[in-house]
Ligand binder design. Structure first.
Ligand code: SF4
Ligand code: MG
Length: 339
């Protein structure tokens, strides 16, 4: 299907000059219309930075140092998101793209009712709607996320965490955006509530036709709710494939490790072996493949050469950045230069 958001060669640094560290490198990503794209990786892998960068919410010391982000309208036109003015961005954000952040349920205003917070969004962006129409729309939005209309009069503290999070999702959907980005949207909730909310979101996506970027460290949730999954490590995408392909046949040793870090929901039990060691700090990113200090399969090239994200032999449906799947270049260790 057609793309709705494309990211090409995106680089983000924290800081400038000598103190700059690379937070994102060479990010290529396409979100297709109507799909749920999952972004996985341990904390510090760059998932949230990517969400902030593509939505232009990155704040200093984070700076975009290269690459492009384009939004593709249904009429075929494309919008260069990195070139939008502040005013254009404000309009773009709620109407075309909205974001639900981790702990968003705590960002509801404690002194305003659900009704006033939902109708505020509508008043700001849909001036043509009168008061009764705004209220009707607020009811409709609550119904979308499975909350009864009598909760409109409630204050945030009168709602459970799960309900508050669903109110935030209702707000994100208020202006019928094409893209909803969810950054760890359910991490603070219990497992049953997490699945209930995500199931609802996927159903809404089918009804309303928006696309979702779903970010979480919990790859078992991504396997269950995403169409495709991109796995990040050390500020790069290291593997991307359809969710079932990642689950059945992970090609990158890090993807394999992540899959073994969570209990499987369905299918055969996996041994929870996890991944030895911990993810690198941005300020001390290992050379070559950033995963090499933790990788049980490293070859000579891994410590010095960054593997490109490319299709492995004979499978154009996926990409992987690992020397096990691409012809490794000669390295100093295997081909010493002649003096
Ligand atoms: Fe392991 Fe080398 Fe592949 Fe990196 S490139 S994941 S170190 S085998
Ligand atoms: Mg994060």
């Amino acid at each position: 299907s057609e793309p709705v958001l494309t990211v090409r060669g995106l680089n983000v640094d924290y800081g400038t000059g000598d103190g700059a560290v690379h937070a994102l490198r060479d990010i290529d990503l396409t979100l297709h219309r109507g799909e749920v794209l999952g972004l996985a990786g341990e904390s510090g892998s760059g998932k949230s930075t990517l969400a902030y960068a593509v939505t232009r919410l990155l704040s200093p010391p984070g700076v975009i140092t290269g690459g492009g982000v384009h939004y593709h309208r249904r009429d075929g036109g494309a919008l260069d998101l990195l070139a939008l003015s502040a005013a254009e961005l404000r309009a773009f954000r709620w109407q075309e793209l909205s974001i639900v952040f981790q702990g968003a349920m705590n960002s509801l205003n404690p002194v305003h009712t659900v009704h006033s917070q939902l109708t505020d969004v509508l008043r700001a962006h849909r001036p043509e709607l009168g008061r009764p129409e705004r209220t009707a729309r607020a009811r409709e939005l609550l119904a979308l996320v499975g909350i009864s209309a009598d909760r409109l009069a409630a204050y945030p503290h009168q709602l459970s965490g799960g309900m508050r999070q669903r109110v935030m999702i209702a707000m994100a959907l208020a202006l019928e955006p094409e893209i909803v980005i969810m950054d760890e949207p359910t991490t603070a909730l219990d497992v049953v509530m997490q699945r209930q909310i995500l199931r609802q979101l996927v159903r809404l996506r089918e009804e309303l036709g928006f696309s979702v970027v779903f970010i979480t460290h919990d790859i078992s949730l991504l396997i269950e709710f995403s169409d495709r999954i991109a796995i990040m490590y050390g500020g790069r995408i290291v593997e991307e494939a359809a969710a079932p392909a990642i689950y059945r046949d992970p090609r990158h040793p890090y993807s394999d490790g992540l899959l073994h870090s969570f209990p499987a929901l369905h299918g055969p039990r996996r041994e929870l072996t996890g991944i030895p060691g911990s993810p690198p700090h941005l300020s001390a990113m290992p050379a070559g493949c950033a995963f090499h200090p933790r990788c049980g399969k490293a070859v000579d090239a891994c410590a010095t050469q960054v593997p490109a994200l490319a299709a492995p032999d004979g499978d154009a449906s996926r990409t992987v950045a690992c020397w096990l799947h691409h012809p490794a270049p000669a390295t100093a260790a295997t081909a010493p230069p002649r003096p």
